[in-house]
Design a protein around this ligand. Structure first.
Ligand SMILES: [Zn+2]
Length: 155
């Protein structure tokens, strides 16, 4: 069981502190809107578009009721900002036609089903990623790319 690491500066964490296209998924960590100590691990699989959202302790997200929850929307929003619509669409293998204007539109183009997936792998990647970070005081204004360590650069 992974321990929850309290964020050093909860008020300054962005809503989506971690987003990546990896392991055949768009996946990431989304802050709870109401509880600073809770985060959700959300993911969408490339190809099948199966999606999942749960807390970092593998409790199912209450917002998943036959459609993607607000965490998945936030994740998709951030992915579009970080990677651009072309790259996200290509990775997930979704046809976006003339493009999409935001995460919820992107999700509307998917035809996947909710599918159980372990949050642990994604969450441990997030924790490892956090360990590389040194958050400056103005973390909220960080360009999202700066959340990511250079590949292979270590610390
Ligand atoms: Zn959710």
């Amino acid at each position: 069981m992974l321990a929850v690491v309290p964020p050093a500066r909860p008020r300054k964490l962005t809503k989506v502190p971690f987003v990546e296209l990896a392991d055949g998924r768009l996946q990431g960590v989304v802050s709870s809107g109401s509880d600073v100590e809770r985060v959700y691990v959300s993911s969408v699989a490339a190809g099948t578009h199966a999606y999942q959202c749960s807390t970092n302790n593998n409790r199912p997200c209450g917002g998943l009721r036959g459609h993607p929850c607000k965490h998945l929307q936030a994740l998709a929003d951030e992915a579009l900002l970080q990677y651009g619509v072309d790259r996200v669409a290509r990775y997930l293998r979704v046809d976006v036609g003339d493009g999409v204007s935001g995460g919820s539109e992107l999700l509307a183009r998917l035809n996947g089903q909710p599918e159980p997936a372990s949050a642990a792998v994604v969450f441990s990647r997030f924790l490892r990623h956090l360990s590389y970070l040194e958050l400056p005081g103005a973390a909220a204004t960080l360009p999202e790319l700066h959340w990511f360590p250079a590949t292979g650069a270590g610390r």
